[in-house]
Design a protein around this ligand. Structure first.
Ligand code: F6P
Length: 356
């Protein structure tokens, strides 16, 4: 059996742990040949690959990033290097030239969407859900999220002490795209006073009211704002910033905007921190290493069983799989009526809305 492996979209802690688990399982249990594609789908389009053996996997379990490289704009159906042309036939040709029986694609919703379209062209795929945003459908967790939460929580902890010393309003902008998982979890773990998530558009006046009230007694306010958070007045900065901006330096939109809007409304100094790619880099947590290994091993068992077109998933603590088609191009948002939102509200966290 000859199986390809690639990492698509943005990098994420745990990618190497998945590559290791998929490859080791396939080598040791199926005596397969495993071919790693360089830079995600770009390597498949351009025919850039290398065989992965046990030596190639040495020491990568705890390493951040991806040993294969990834390219977040490499879409064979809309190729950025070919003026948006459909070069999927070229990719399919390379797939057959390498005599592959299938490919394990490790990525987020965009990667799953490409995998789904490739399946329709005869490229057999198994998916592994990756993203620090935790926003893939039909899996309770994606690997990389736990690490990003740990990094963001440490940032909240550190900002709390300096914010308290100077009686300031401290704003931390986290990643997460259109979902608030990362802001919600790190905000809760760090005991933030205000958590602003895309699922609950916020009112600046209400955020200012919380800051003014806290100024009287606790003196400082810690705000965690998801990069995808939007204001109730309809000023949506993020959606276009993430998807359409030609400018790769696009972080800091909502954090800075919030600071600007709060300034005339509060009697405190405001400082904003944009955590950015620090959340994505570095070594995965123990939880992410375990999850990545379990995901990778399960992906290999799907390959061995010929269960193509499926993505591994964690549901209610059990390892399972779902149709890739059910995940493609979808976003799992934080349910507003969820346990964690209620827990946050119960301990007095504000979501920046008087009605919540
Ligand atoms: O999807 C992961 C993620 O880190 C998002 O949280 C963020 O919006 C985006 O990727 C940043 O992408 P890039 O690395 O292309 O700037």
């Amino acid at each position: 059996m000859r199986i390809g492996v690639l990492t698509g979209g943005g990098d994420c802690p745990g990618l190497n742990a998945v590559i290791r688990a998929v490859t080791k399982s396939l080598l040791l249990k199926c005596d397969a040949t495993v071919i790693g594609f360089e830079e995600g789908f770009l390597g498949m389009i351009e025919g850039r690959s290398r065989e992965l053996d046990l030596v190639a996997l040495k020491g990568i379990l705890a390493r951040g990033g991806t040993i294969l490289g990834t390219h977040n704009k490499a879409n064979p159906f809309n190729h950025y290097l070919a003026g948006g042309a459909d070069v999927s036939d070229q990719l399919v040709e390379n797939y057959h030239r390498l005599k592959l029986d299938g490919v394990v694609v490790i990525g987020g919703d965009g990667t799953m969407s490409i995998a789904h379209r490739l399946s329709e062209k005869g490229v057999k795929c198994v998916g592994v859900p990756k993203t620090i945003d935790n926003d893939l459908m039909h899996t309770d967790r994606t690997f990389g999220f736990d690490t990003a939460v740990a990094v963001a929580t440490e940032a909240v902890d550190r900002l709390q002490t300096t914010g308290e010393s100077h009686s300031r309003v401290m704003i931390l902008e986290t990643m997460g795209r259109y979902a608030g998982w990362l802001a919600l979890h790190s905000g809760l773990a760090g005991g933030a006073d205000v958590i602003l998530v895309p699922e609950l558009p916020f009112d600046v006046e209400e955020v200012a009211r919380v800051c003014r009230k806290r100024k009287k007694r606790q003196r400082f306010t810690m705000i965690v704002v998801a990069e995808g958070a939007t204001m109730l007045d309809g000023e949506q900065v993020v959606r276009e910033r993430i998807d359409d901006s030609p400018d790769p330096i696009r972080l800091g939109g909502v954090g800075n905007l919030l600071a600007e809007k709060l300034k005339p409304l509060v009697d405190s100094e405001i400082r904003t921190t944009i955590l950015g790619h620090i959340q994505r880099g570095g070594t995965p947590t123990a939880f992410d290493r375990v999850l990545s290994t379990a995901f990778g091993a399960h992906a290999a068992s799907l390959v061995a069983g010929g269960r193509w077109g499926r993505m591994v998933a964690l549901q209610n603590g059990q390892m399972t799989s779902v149709e890739i088609a059910e995940v493609a191009d979808q976003t799992r948002l934080v349910p507003v009526d969820s346990l964690l939102v209620h827990a946050a509200a119960a301990v007095g966290t504000s979501f920046g809305r008087a009605d919540f």
